[in-house]
Design a protein around this ligand. Structure first.
Ligand code: PLP
Length: 368
């Protein structure tokens, strides 16, 4: 199987699996006895290692159960802590942020969206600096890989709190929480070779987030619940490894992605949706006259796993909202295909040798 859907999730790193197994016997890190202290010290070490990799203080690291949960706790937490109603977001956010922001409308939120260029990059406008409960923007887009002007956005936001969904960025490109100056930041372990079901929320001490979940006081009261120590330990190991390999891996993946693009661009009527600056492993494009879903099924029958990049609802093939926001026409957006390369991608030859034939067959099937 040639797995080219690393942006959806990437295989667990062997070192993370080993660390998880070793830590899986640890008990409740809140226990006041020796066994509790053992769990606590493993958790503290994981928190310190993660803080080291992401340029923050250990106390600013909050373990959650997913990137989605981290996004929810930050966006809602900042909104309810603020006396303002205005939320400034982008039209290309992942549902973890997009749906959270829209759910706040019934709590009085007034949502404004920043413009997005045809390259998939958000434009920072003067609206960012006008008083708001929060500004929220992703660091890198999950569908196109486009890296957003986060430093410029935070600069322009002035006193406004800024939440950054860095789920696609962390472990792949340098992310320094203090240097960039975000208020909160979300990451997810399964995107960089950690376990699925572990998220990270980086949160400054001020402004204090209004808790969304209620319970014991774990994780500064922002994410109450007994902490998954083994998950935290495995996440730290994966992040340390990803950070150490990052520079070389970026070059390696970009070279493989370029090889793939050299083949794709020879096909007739192809439009590229991944534009620099972008994550090194993403390649999103449309093949005119073919459904994205047909392409994926044909590739699947040839043991190649890829994705349209956007969530489809109830099996209905819908055009990607990200591509529509970039000005791509609906018919074009429905043909989109996303290949996302990652740590276990050694070659793309299996794909490049069949792609022209797959595209020709999908074009015969046509559009639904
Ligand atoms: N944000 C972005 C940009 C993502 O790509 C994803 C996952 O695809 C998420 C948030 C949600 O992360 P999780 O799967 O850990 O809930």
């Amino acid at each position: 199987m040639l797995y080219l859907d690393h942006a959806a999730t990437t295989p667990l790193r062997p070192a993370a699996r080993e660390a998880w197994l070793e830590a899986s016997e640890l008990l409740n890190a809140g226990g006041q006895y020796a066994l509790g202290r053992r769990a606590r010290s493993a958790l503290d070490q994981a928190r310190e290692d993660i803080a080291d990799c992401l340029g923050c203080e250990p106390i600013e690291v909050i373990f959650t159960a997913s990137g989605t949960e981290a996004d929810n706790l930050a966006v809602q937490g900042l909104f309810f802590a603020s006396s303002h109603n205005r939320i400034l977001s982008s039209p290309i956010e992942h549902p973890a942020v997009k749906e959270t922001v829209s759910a706040l409308v019934k709590h009085g939120a007034e949502v404004e969206f920043l413009p997005v260029s045809h390259t998939g990059h958000v434009s920072v406008t003067a609206a960012v600096g006008q008083p708001a409960a929060l500004v929220t923007c992703m660091w890198a887009n999950n569908e196109t890989g486009a890296i957003q002007p986060i430093a410029e956005l935070i600069d322009a936001a002035g006193a406004n709190p800024v939440h950054v969904d860095a789920v696609q960025a962390v472990g792949h490109i340098p992310v320094d929480f203090h240097q960039v100056g975000a208020t909160t930041l979300a990451a997810s372990a399964h995107k960089f070779g950690g376990p699925r079901g572990v998220g990270l929320l980086l949160a400054r001490r001020s402004p204090a987030l209004t808790p969304v979940l209620h319970g014991g006081g774990q994780e500064r009261g922002i994410r109450p619940g007994t902490v998954d120590v083994a998950g935290a330990v495995a996440t730290a190991v994966a992040l340390k490894e990803a950070t150490a390999e990052m520079a070389a891996e970026r070059r390696r993946l970009a070279a493989l992605r370029d090889q793939l693009w050299d083949v794709v661009r020879q096909l007739p009527d192809v439009t590229l949706h991944t534009h620099e600056p972008a994550l090194p492993g993403h390649l999103n494009f449309t093949v005119s006259g073919a459904e994205g879903d047909s392409l994926i099924m044909l590739l699947d029958s040839l043991q190649i796993a890829a994705s349209t990049g956007s969530a489809c609802s109830n099996g209905v093939n819908r055009a990607s909202e990200v591509l529509l926001a970039m000005g791509v026409k609906e018919q074009q957006a429905r043909g989109a295909l996303r290949f996302s390369l990652g740590r276990t991608t050694e070659s793309v030859a299996q794909l490049t040798s069949v792609l022209a034939d797959v595209v020709a067959r999908a074009r015969i099937a046509g559009m639904a």
